[in-house]
Design a protein around this ligand. Sequence first.
Ligand SMILES: C[S@@+](CC[C@H](N)C(=O)[O-])C[C@H]1O[C@@H](n2cnc3c(N)ncnc32)[C@H](O)[C@@H]1O
Length: 172
Amino acid sequence: MDTILIISSLIITPIAVIWAVTNAVTILTGAPYIASHQKAIDDILDLLPPGKDHRAVDLGSGDGRILIQIAERGIPVVGYEINLLLVLASRYRIKQRGLQKLAKVQWKNYWKIPLDQFDIVVIFGMKHLMDRFEKKLKAELQTGAHVICSYFKLPNWSQDSQQGDIYHYIKN
Ligand SMILES: C[S@@+](CC[C@H](N)C(=O)[O-])C[C@H]1O[C@@H](n2cnc3c(N)ncnc32)[C@H](O)[C@@H]1O
């Protein structure tokens, strides 16, 4: 009984507190953690441009599930994630699958990352964030870059295609 209490107070409680605080912070910085289900990921993968000669980014990469499946297609991909526990979990999953050369995750705020280095951008935001994302994409992306948004549309861009709840845009 004492051992359970000690483990709980030294390990589980601090992790639970860090998780709760970080998730609360993500509501202020962007979207809170909600993992994409496999149907949405399949739709994202269907919307990827052909070939491997791309550089993809997942803005708010969660537990890495999208990154991993993009990297499994041979496309180099970087995830930016503000929740350290999710960064560590993703790195572990990437390493388990031997995808370290193609998939990287950085513990960073995506609003501070210049996007001009990427030609595929994957976003699972929230409705109230899409206008801010749109301005950032407009200012930073190269013409011809692909933007793939889950569930919420960019307010002023006309979409090029749609698969289920996933919207695909090509930057003019
Ligand atoms: C809706 S979840 C999507 C997770 C993952 N992309 C997926 O589809 O499974 C949004 C993610 O963005 C992260 N996030 C929120 N604000 C962020 C910010 N400013 N910079 C980096 N990551 C952020 C959250 O921690 C969360 O993991």
